[in-house]
Design a protein around this ligand. Structure first.
Ligand SMILES: Nc1nc2c(c(=O)[nH]1)N[C@H]1C(S)=C(S)[C@@H](COP(=O)(O)O)O[C@H]1N2
Ligand SMILES: [Mo]
Length: 251
């Protein structure tokens, strides 16, 4: 209002988004996909409202060691399970080799695509946080996560100014994505440790994502590959939106 201009609601939202890091998000008109479902319009309101209110990098609550609870493992608990004919042989081999030859590939709209071994990820500055995980099935649990902030890895490969999203691929064939506001959030981790130990198989070994401002299913386990994109890749038939799950599930 300094120069007497009216601030529109959209202007305010975009100003907030721009303040979050000078990203190409300012030009963003893209909202979560609705696939024509009226109910999904609510996702857009949640997304717009949360990004207006939380456009700073507000941290979610962190807990104390004494608050750590038991933590169920859900969904895939072993992508290399020899009893499962659809299991990933590649994952099984990495598991047998103690993940010594495992690498995380980071590519797409980046200046220097690269792949990182676990040892390399461990040399990057680490963060440990105790947070509450909320699963869409209705349970919550508190756990401690140690890993490298995703922003550090994205800095290392140099995201291009046109980049807007990060897509994730796992050994159990999941694909999902988050926008760069969440990707660059300080509590968004590539976690290799849980409760002071190496990440167990059931919880996503050797590396999982932690997206603390969204529901549990956005925190992908068994990471294989990250692709930075300029446009939202909804994962097609494999992705959440086409399977009835909201793309944005802020909490
Ligand atoms: N690759 C992969 N990631 C996943 C899942 C999965 O089945 N496969 N399940 C999701 C769901 S629904 C939740 S609640 C959490 C569960 O993490 P946990 O098994 O460590 O509790 O992981 C999420 N990430
Ligand atoms: Mo979940």
């Amino acid at each position: 209002m300094r120069n007497g201009r009216l601030i529109t609601r959209r202007g305010l939202l975009m100003a907030g988004v721009a303040a979050a890091g000078g990203l190409a998000l300012t030009r963003s008109k893209q909202l979560p996909p609705t696939y024509g479902s009226l109910l999904r319009v609510g996702d857009n309101l949640t997304y717009a409202a949360q990004h207006a209110l939380l456009s700073g990098q507000n941290l979610v609550r962190e807990y104390q060691t004494k608050d750590i609870s038991s933590f169920p493992a859900t969904g895939t608990v072993d992508p290399g399970d020899p009893k499962n004919p659809k299991a990933s042989k590649t994952y099984r081999e990495h598991q047998r080799g103690g993940f010594a030859d495992w690498r995380l590939s980071v590519e797409g709209a980046v200046a220097k695509p690269a792949s990182f071994s676990l040892a390399e990820l461990r040399t990057l500055p680490a963060r440990t946080q105790i947070t509450r995980h909320a699963c869409e099935e209705g349970w919550t649990a508190i756990g401690q996560w140690t890993g490298v902030p995703l922003s550090r890895v994205l800095d290392a490969v140099g995201i291009l100014p046109t980049a807007r999203f990060a897509s994730f691929y796992s050994y159990d064939d999941w694909q999902d994505s988050i926008d760069l506001l969440d990707a660059l959030h300080p509590q968004t981790l590539l976690a290799y440790g849980m409760n002071g130990r190496d990440l167990p198989t059931a919880h996503g070994a050797p590396l999982r994502l932690r997206v603390e401002r969204q529901l549990g299913y956005k925190s992908m386990k068994y990471l294989q590959r990250i692709v930075v994109t300029e446009h939202l890749d909804d994962g097609g038939a494999k992705g959440n939106p086409k399977n009835g799950w909201a793309w944005y599930v802020g909490i």
